[in-house]
Design a protein around this ligand. Structure first.
Ligand code: FAD
Length: 341
């Protein structure tokens, strides 16, 4: 996956009708797709994943970020990986992020970083993971940069927020992520608002138990807006609305306007590969900051597979991609190059 392929695909995507959303279908097709995914040839997952991943190395990722910056977007770089299996892997992740921060500086990119605490060993040793995050955050601080702490599944929500608070108390600069699908999120938003936090608000990609999570599309949106309002009320907060849901983006804009929140207190974020440039361009033209999340690294296959399996809606995109002429051709090409499954 070269940077060139990833960036040109990013710019082409909004013209791909196969990728336009059909939420009603996503439920059934997505459910089927997520169950079929283990049978999908790696080559096809690779072909599909290439639109969501910037490449396998930092040079490729830097090139994608440069092209996004040229289009008026900021970026956030994520080194793919999670659930470090031992301390050595977790330490290696720290070095990767220090390299990314240095590269952002040397290439003069408008970009910060996003990481997962389980990639820093959260499930192995919480204190050690916090120390690793402190090293990254301090380097970011020295370079005038910033670190987003992605939110993972609900088994680590408390540990992630506690680690965020500890590192923020050290001087950060770190931002937390809240998932509006969780019933607890409005309360978490109030707590973070009282701390003047920088928060990315998303719906949440993980399938969570009904007891703790909303399932209805509109319920998740209402929770998103309630959390957004709580956050924007907090003095000194900064909110990143991370969604591709067009009606929800409009409702976030209305909310900010109604609350008279200035444009330097919020931004919109999107994932590399999602066909939404028309909306992002309009936001940029109105002076609203847009940031694109750019994952890269060798761990693309587990990342792509897990994301596809975990989220039936995204899995449905794979299925459609497999059965459109362009998708089938991409699969055949990848198969020829890589020898199939
Ligand atoms: P949806 O209703 O899922 O999607 C709205 C529309 O967007 C769809 O109808 C479709 O048209 C389009 N779309 C969405 N996804 C795709 C896709 N993959 N390909 C093509 N079209 C698509 N989740 C976490 O749990 N933790 C995090 O830390 C986290 N960080 C994120 C950071 C960013 C910058 C973004 C944008 C998302 C992040 N997410 C995270 C994922 C998020 O929680 C959602 O799972 C994801 O964004 C899809 O939800 P949505 O709000 O876009 O709404």
């Amino acid at each position: 996956m070269t940077a060139q392929i990833a960036s040109s695909q990013f710019l082409l995507r909004s013209r791909d009708p196969a990728l336009q959303s059909r939420p009603a279908e996503a439920g059934v097709i997505g459910w089927v797709a997520s169950r079929l995914l283990p049978l999908v040839p790696r080559s096809i997952v690779h072909a599909v994943a290439s639109r969501y991943v910037a490449g396998e190395d930092l040079a490729a990722a830097s090139a994608v970020v440069r092209s996004l910056n040229a289009r008026g977007y900021e970026a956030t770089l994520d080194v793919l990986g999670e659930d470090a299996k031992d301390a050595e892997v977790a330490d290696h992740t720290v070095h990767d992020y220090l390299d990314v921060l240095d590269r952002i500086r040397s290439d003069s990119l408008r970009c910060n970083v996003s990481l997962k605490l389980t990639h820093l060993g959260l499930r192995l040793d919480r204190d050690a993971a916090k120390c690793r995050l402190l090293r990254i955050a301090r380097r970011a601080r020295a370079l005038g940069n910033f670190v987003w702490i992605d939110m993972e599944d609900s088994t680590v929500t408390d540990a992630t927020l506690e680690t965020y608070r500890a590192v923020q108390a050290d001087g950060g600069p770190v931002g937390a992520v809240l998932q509006s699908c969780l019933k607890r999120t409005v309360e978490d938003a109030k707590d973070l608002a009282a701390r003047g936090a920088t928060v990315r608000l998303c719906k949440g990609i993980y399938q969570e138990p009904r007891a703790i999570a909303f399932r209805g599309r509109e319920e998740v949106r209402m929770s998103f807006l309630a959390a957004a309002e709580a956050l924007l009320r907090g003095p000194g907060t900064f909110v990143a609305f991370a969604t591709h849901d067009r009606p929800l983006i409009e409702r976030c804009l209305d909310l900010a306007a109604r609350m008279e929140v200035p444009a330097d207190r919020f931004e919109f974020q999107a994932l590399l590969g999602v066909p939404i440039e028309d909306v992002l361009d309009r936001l940029v033209s109105r002076g609203i900051r847009v940031r694109v999340y750019v994952p890269f690294g060798e761990e693309w296959f587990p990342y792509a597979s897990r994301r596809l399996k975990e989220n039936p809606r995204i899995a449905s995109y794979v299925l459609r991609q497999m059965f459109t002429p362009r998708g089938m051709e991409a699969g055949r090409r990848a198969s020829r190059q890589r020898g199939g499954t």
